[in-house]
Design a protein around this ligand. Structure first.
Ligand SMILES: Nc1ncnc2c1ncn2[C@@H]1O[C@H](COP(=O)(O)OP(=O)(O)OP(=O)(O)O)[C@@H](O)[C@H]1O
Ligand SMILES: [Mg+2]
Length: 325
């Protein structure tokens, strides 16, 4: 089975007036058809930059230095701005974190939805209205006409996020990319959004790439989880494998800082010391300074991403350290 999306050895450089650094540094992962993949890692790890690179939306001071991004057989780094605009929205739907800022505050919800169908699909007004109301029903609004007539400020954060999900799936994309879509929401609403995306996945056969810093959320929703640190893939495996046999000390640290893990194992929460910084110029494992299992040889070079068992990859020199949690 070919992946729907594959990102290989992606490097994104950021520049300021004085300096430049790598926000994404040799990051690889893939998403198979109808699969949910979570990319998980701390703040600043390069998750959003990766998504922006896939979508051709990097800010002016950021650029792709190397790598491949392949979506359904198309090289997204080798196509025109117009072609990537056509793919965005049509073949790839996107939901970002802050629903409040993504909606137009001076247009009614219905008009914003209708505009997509009118402009992109050339529907008549009646067709666009029917399609918009059907879409609102599909994302769980039973009072679709009332929501259709409202402005975004009249809706809660969870309702706004439902509208953005509606917009993202309006043109039947193959892939939905969601960048921390539930971070700004309380936990009950978060659970409803997770359920909605699961439902849509089953109904319309979406593949989902979900970005989250929350490994416990990933453990609930992802078929596979990819752990990113300082712009690099640290570990990638089916989620149950990551939870049962985390291989990389960073993954183990993320698990030990999960309240559910501490509760289940009757131990104290153990946050990983220090913060995630972009890769420094030193040729050592990027996690070396924070790793509680580091060995002298870990500062000799960055470990490559290796297949350690079928469907399980990790980048760590300390290969003996398979720990069962
Ligand atoms: N627009 C920008 N200008 C300057 N630096 C940026 C910009 N966007 C990201 N960076 C830097 O690139 C690196 C990766 O950032 P990115 O936003 O991708 O992290 P993230 O994993 O999405 O974090 P978070 O969980 O906080 O959203 C960080 O070092 C960040 O400071
Ligand atoms: Mg981000």
């Amino acid at each position: 089975m070919s992946p729907i999306l594959s990102v290989e050895n992606l490097i994104v450089q950021l520049k300021s007036s004085q300096t430049s650094w790598l926000g994404v540094n040799d990051f690889s992962f893939h998403v198979n058809p109808q699969e949910t993949v979570c990319i998980t890692g701390e703040s600043g790890a390069g998750k959003t930059l990766t998504i922006l690179a896939i979508l051709g939306l990097l800010p002016l001071h950021a650029s792709v230095l190397a790598g491949n991004i392949n979506f359904t057989g198309k090289n997204l780094l080798g196509i025109s701005d117009q072609q990537i605009r056509d793919i965005r929205g049509k073949e790839i739907g996107v939901v970002f974190q802050e629903p409040g800022t993504a909606l137009n505050p001076v247009m009614k919800i219905g008009d914003q939805l209708m505009e997509i169908f009118r402009r992109k699909e050339h529907y008549s007004k009646k067709q666009a209205q029917d399609a918009s109301l059907a879409l609102l029903e599909q994302v769980g609004f039973h009072n679709s006409l009332s929501v259709f007539r409202k402005y975004s400020y009249q809706l809660s954060g969870g309702m706004q996020q439902r509208i953005l999900i509606a917009m993202a799936i309006s043109r039947n994309p193959k892939l939905l990319i969601a960048d921390e879509p539930t971070t700004a929401l309380d936990t009950t609403i978060q659970a409803q959004i997770v359920e909605l995306i699961e439902q849509l996945k089953a109904d319309i056969g979406l593949s989902v790439l979900w970005i989250t810093h929350d490994l416990s959320l990933a453990s609930r929703i992802a078929d596979r989880t990819v752990i990113i640190y300082a712009g690099k893939t640290m570990e990638a495996a089916p989620t149950e494998t990551i939870l049962a046999t985390p291989y990389h000390p960073y993954t183990q640290g993320l698990l030990q800082s999960m309240p559910q893990y501490a509760l289940r194992h009757g131990c104290h929460l153990q946050p990983i010391k220090g913060i995630c910084k972009p890769s420094d110029s030193q040729n050592r494992c990027v996690f070396y300074t924070r790793c509680d299992q580091a060995r002298p040889y870990c500062k000799m070079a960055q470990p490559p991403l290796k297949q350690i068992r079928p469907h399980h990859q990790a980048a760590c020199w300390f290969h003996q350290s398979v720990v069962t949690v």
